[in-house]
Design a protein around this ligand. Structure first.
Ligand code: HEM
Length: 187
């Protein structure tokens, strides 16, 4: 039985259908990738609030409709980088990704938190596919902030790690949907 980090039982094709080289079935991260992910995250995490804002600015650029899901941006106003509520949510997302990076040796440690978080996001009106948009934006901010430091191998490691984060949140969301549907059909 493999651990989550081995990629067993998870959707490890990353986000948005991006496949890993070699058929995309994950496989464990190499020590070099673990080291590289931690090192590159340490650079981004120097300013989690600003990087969280970068992340959501990219997400909203890719899919402006997602703004509607945030009470802070549902009134049609131009969203500013200084918006405190967006900064706070961005920081929370960064914390959740940071939690996964801290647990790279045994990602099962963060599964309960991420599953619960996925279920909560069902209540917020988030669709499973939105987590793919977040994943693509995360890779984008890694690329723009890190330049050459994000080697192809480290990038591939990141796709794998976010693939696990996103898949786990989606699983929690699916459980919440199933639960809701069961409650609806009960006499
Ligand atoms: C486009 C995708 C997403 C949308 C539309 C979204 C939306 C929301 C909304 C509306 C809230 C509640 C209000 C707030 O605190 O701002 C929330 C809370 C939160 N979100 Fe997201 N979210 C998204 C993705 C994510 C991701 C990928 C993560 C983490 C990896 C995350 C982490 C959190 C956390 C930690 C909270 C606070 C939960 C609580 O304790 O109540 N969100 N999100």
């Amino acid at each position: 039985m493999g651990t989550i980090a081995d990629g067993e039982g998870t959707e490890l094709n990353g986000y948005g259908g991006e496949k890993e080289p070699g058929g995309g079935h994950g496989g464990p991260l190499t020590q070099e990738q673990v080291h590289g992910i931690k090192e590159t995250w340490a650079i981004l995490a120097q300013d989690p609030v600003e990087r969280g804002v970068d992340l959501f600015m990219k997400i909203f650029e890719e899919d402006p409709d997602l703004k509607k899901l945030f009470y802070f941006a549902d009134d049609g106003r131009e969203l500013s980088r200084e918006d405190q509520r967006m900064r706070s949510h961005g920081e929370r997302v960064m914390e959740a990704v940071g939690g996964a990076v801290d647990s790279l040796g045994d990602l099962t440690a963060v599964v309960p938190v991420l599953t619960e978080l996925g279920a909560l996001h069902h209540k917020y009106g988030v669709q499973p596919s939105y987590f793919d948009t977040v994943g693509a934006a995360l890779i984008y901010i890694l690329e723009t902030n890190l330049g050459d430091k994000l080697t192809p191998s480290i990038r591939q490691g990141w796709v794998l790690v976010y693939g696990i984060v996103g898949a786990t949140m989606k699983k929690g969301m699916q459980q919440a949907m199933d639960h809701q549907n069961m409650a609806k059909t009960r006499p």
